[in-house]
Write a protein of this length. Sequence first.
Length: 318
Amino acid sequence: MKPDRAPSVAEIASMFNEVLQLHSDQHLIFSQLLDAITYCEQLGSAAWSITLLESGFRLNVGHVEAMTWRYTLLGSKELSDHHNTSLSDIRILLAGSDCLNMIDDSNEGGFIDELSYKSVGAPHWCYTGTFQISTAATPDPRRAVVAGQLARLRDNHHQFLELACTTSSGKPRQKSNFSQHHCASLYAYACSVVNGKPGPDESADVHSEAALLEAVRRSMADSAASRAVRLAAAASIPERYQTTSTAFRRNPDVIAEVLLRASGHCEACHQPAPFVRANDGMPYLEVHHTVPLSQGGTDMVANAVGLCPNCHRAAHYA
């Protein structure tokens, strides 16, 4: 994976898209990376750098690696199904002995080992989580297990970052020992994955409001334990996505006539508008088309009413 020269963001994207074909796999890994970097900067420390490796990357903080991600290609001889596959290994360093109680002893997904870096100056451990990298739309179930374990160990990882970011005199470190190997394009790519457009594998079933409400209904019908597992595995930083939509160019004269006709009172419940606009002091009402424009309704005064927010929502959902 590591080129002979500093790669561009496009080259980094090509490298990771070849290995991690599911955008959601990339989002899990890079969310962990950016969360650690953000915490270091909140501590007032600039002592972090990212090193691109032959089969992954490493986040260096101070004198040590705080996080490492690698992939391993397994051949057909190592697998019972006679197909090549890859494993994703993510390692984060931890502080606080309570980390040993954060995951069970089944070793499903990940495990914790004790470390002894002399430069750290306090007891610390290393969590390693492993899941199979998928090329299909459905990820390896162990990925959700690893994501949940990472979420539970987040505070312990932050405790380690505090140790790594602080000098022996108690001041924030301002330079990583590995800064000469920092890969700025990898950092830029990680930001684009977490904050940018999702890939085609990402579920689109909650991107519309109607579908989101249906997903909420399914979640409410599920058990609290199942929701807790999903919440633990969910990324703390929500993904952004881009949409292409069609809108109608509304007639401002129709809106003005309806608002003047309503005279500050909802035309459904007849109660006064709930508040006035801060910018112009006008009573806040929303103009609703009785027959929606998307269904062929006209943008005319006769097809519009001025509603308070509650009644407007009721007109769409009640």
